[in-house]
Design a protein around this ligand. Structure first.
Ligand SMILES: Cc1cc2nc3c(=O)[nH]c(=O)nc-3n(C[C@H](O)[C@H](O)[C@H](O)COP(=O)(O)O)c2cc1C
Length: 216
């Protein structure tokens, strides 16, 4: 099991996606801390027009599993994914194996649907800006407590209609995203990311910011 951490830099740099979980249930106190951390996120005008739906009943888990299967069918050709053979131990096969395990076992885990009320003046991207920070806070709180989590696209594609109907989400709310939770079989971190200098410009588009980026 991954260890807990209260060091914000360790949490930030090791909160990698976990897709393989033990059979141990996530207790309510741990889940509540993740949900509380989500409410500490910023939102436009501090409107906090989010609703987080814990999906735990057999009926809702079955709906999540259908949404997961739909998402898998969409992403398999996009990422060129196939089920790896049992003797393939390369990094791509291991990653794909974990992805298939998560999608195949989707009905076994607690997950959370993140919704955001629509406002006529705001674009969907701007509304997303009021729910994505809550999701990131949730992920970091999960990592801090040693929980594993995977942000999914299961509330998109065909899964959007499935989850909307199963949960009864009103039409004036967007589905911002969905996170599966569990106790990790593997470990957290470290994250693999491109060099910082590839992501940062100085003043003008395309101008390297090397003079700003000490130690990178
Ligand atoms: C918007 C979004 C949708 C995602 N959807 C899925 C998904 O449907 N299934 C899955 O296994 N991982 C999904 N992921 C997880 C990403 O694959 C993962 O965050 C990314 O590969 C980085 O991996 P890391 O967190 O281990 O560094 C999603 C992530 C994001 C941000």
């Amino acid at each position: 099991m991954s260890s807990t951490s209260s060091d914000v830099w360790e949490v930030l740099s090791t909160a990698r996606t976990i897709r393989r979980f033990t059979d141990d249930p996530v207790d309510d106190a741990t889940l509540t801390r993740c949900l509380r951390a989500a409410t500490w996120a910023p939102s436009g005008a501090n409107a906090q027009a989010w609703r987080f739906v814990v999906l735990r009943s057999p009926e809702l888990r079955a709906a999540v599993a259908r949404a997961a299967a739909d998402a898998l069918a969409v992403i398999e050709p996009v990422y060129g994914m196939t089920r790896p053979s049992t003797d393939d131990t390369g990094p791509v096969a291991r990653n794909n194996r974990a992805t298939y395990e998560l999608h195949d076992r989707a009905a076994e885990f607690t997950s959370v649907l993140f919704t955001q009320k629509k406002f006529p003046t705001a674009s969907e991207l701007l509304l997303g800006g009021s729910i994505f920070p809550a999701m990131q806070n949730f992920l970091l709180a999960a990592r801090a407590q040693g929980l594993g989590a995977c942000l999914t696209s299961w509330a998109s594609y065909g899964g959007e209609a499935i989850l909307r109907e199963a949960v009864g989400v009103p039409d004036d709310h967007l589905l911002g995203g969905h996170i599966v939770l569990g106790w990790p079989k593997g470990r957290h971190g470290p994250l693999r990311r491109r060099p910082l200098r590839d992501a940062v410009y100085l003043d003008h588009w395309g101008t390297p910011a090397d003079s700003v980026l000490e130690g990178d």
